[in-house]
Design a protein around this ligand. Sequence first.
Ligand SMILES: [Zn+2]
Length: 248
Amino acid sequence: MVRGLRPHVEGEGLRAIEVYDPKLGDLDGALHLPVPVKAISRRGKYVLFDLGVRTLVLHLRMSGRLVWAKRKPGGRVRLVLRFPEGGVYFVDPRRLGTAEVVSEFTADLGPEPLGDLAWLPAALQQSRTPLKLWLMDQRKIAGIGNIYAAEILFRSGIAPVRRADSLTRGEVRKLQKAIPAVLEEAIACCGTTLTDGQYRGPQGEIGVFACELAVYGRDGEPCRQCGTPIRRTVLGGRGTFFCPRCQR
Ligand SMILES: [Zn+2]
């Protein structure tokens, strides 16, 4: 999403912040608008608009999306960031997303999941948590949600319930490769639009990684690798999909 918005907003003047949902509070009080967006970036699941002295921090949660458009799109628009050429519309039917203007972004987040994961073996050693919950714990590693945790574990051949500290060195190496590989592939596919149709890229793109999903949402369907029916359990309150044969 950030990569798609970048060419439209970086270096452009943010002229106004219009809040349509009082739940979000007053956002432009601390800003002297217009102000140029120095950069847009992502940290974990947060979207950060660097406005110089301040940072606008958005978290989309379960149903939020950012739409780049000239005119107001359909759906529940909670917030608009106005630029000369168009607007970034924060569409959020469930109203769980958050927006904040801060002087410094801070959050209790672990390291980023893309790139070098040399720190991973030592970090896993210190935890008895089931691996799937470990991967989704933003304080341990930032940015991984339910869909991608399931896919990463399938790619690594590791069962979701395995304790983080029980992994062999070979399994840790597989995990180190699978984490960035799955995420980069999903990003290249513009993400994952499920049958609910909710997730879209900033210009309405459908995230075609849904076609690549090996386990997520496929309970009862044959594993693409071995034909065994994919199973679903609940772990930490979240639906958890895995192949009982390929993942040990
Ligand atoms: Zn299998």
